[in-house]
Design a protein around this ligand. Structure first.
Ligand code: GUN
Length: 290
């Protein structure tokens, strides 16, 4: 039997409704949550993601400010803007869309954001809090993946989760999140990456397989244990039959014949990432007023 779909679009819409209700309460208290988004350069994928974040902000009542900087902006120009936004009490969240041009040091930029406004959860202070199990801003994609699993009634406790991809944005924080000693985690996690030998030997062990490696259709049906849950974080733009299309890191059509549950691309993890960003902005605004 084919796997049933995990509908990220639907789960994300419900989360956005909850955030909209939180935002209304904040507004009654005189706080209007505000997210500042910084985009550097003209990468088409980044432009699309930033537009999706703006649309979701409008929908839940969060004010969104966009700063679009030229791709040759000096690193100091970027840090000066971040410092201004750090000092602006009307701004609750700051997000710098990644990747940045190669002449800009990503670590310096992320570290310049005030940890209290770091709604991406990428600042080393917040990453450290996640590792330690303290309350923090959880990076939006890992947060979205864990909420998707939770809201689909999928148990993680004692399960073997195999993550493919060790990025700072997904693989590493997701590992830290799912090994937490909490009812919504308690998983045993294996983190595979491009230098893992015999990846298939690992993926075949997974009760929950999470693909976040950024390679189109990398996970094939022979790499998946029958009945496994498969979560596809990848969004790859490829040209096929003369058309540009979006495909995930999972060979969806084949893997769905083996898995029990599977996320589609698009309509899976993508909308969850945006919904969790909205939640993090509402949280930042709430903390600023308490
Ligand atoms: N680029 C890809 N994913 C993300 C994300 O979650 N946040 C930011 N800031 N940039 C990204």
């Amino acid at each position: 039997m084919a796997a049933s779909l995990i509908d990220g679009k639907l789960i994300a819409a419900r989360i956005r409704e909850e955030v909209a209700a939180q935002v209304s309460v904040l507004k009654q208290k005189g706080v209007r949550p505000c997210l500042a988004v910084i985009l550097v350069g003209d990468d088409p994928a980044s432009r699309t993601y930033v537009a999706a974040k703006r649309k979701a902000s409008q929908e839940v009542g969060i004010r969104s400010i966009q700063h679009h900087l030229a791709k040759d902006v000096a690193e100091s120009g970027l840090t000066e803007l971040i410092e201004r936004l750090n000092c602006d009490s009307g701004v609750h969240g700051i997000l710098v869309q990644l990747p940045l041009p190669s002449h800009v040091n990503e670590y310096n930029i992320i570290s310049a954001i005030s940890p209290q406004k770091d709604v991406d959860g990428f600042h080393p202070y917040n990453a450290g809090r996640l590792i330690t199990g303290l309350d923090t801003f959880i990076p939006c994609t890992p947060f979205g993946v864990s909420q998707m699993i939770l809201k689909s009634g999928i148990e993680t406790s004692g399960k073997h989760v195999v993550i493919v991809g060790r990025s700072n944005i997904v693989g590493k924080p997701l590992t830290n999140l799912l090994v937490q000693k909490t009812d919504t985690a308690n998983a045993t996690v294996t983190l595979c990456h491009s230098r893992t030998s015999n990846i298939k030997a690992h993926t075949l062990q997974a009760d929950i397989l999470i693909a976040a490696i950024g390679r189109s259709r990398f996970i094939t049906a022979d790499m998946v244990k029958p009945g496994a849950v498969v979560i596809d974080v990848g969004i790859n733009r490829i040209e096929e039959q003369g058309k540009v299309c979006l495909v995930g890191d999972v060979d969806f059509e084949e893997v769905r014949k083996v898995a029990s549950r599977i996320t589609p691309v698009p309509g899976g993890v993508g909308p969850m990432t945006v919904a969790m960003l909205m939640q993090n902005v509402a949280k930042a605004a709430g903390l600023s007023s308490s």
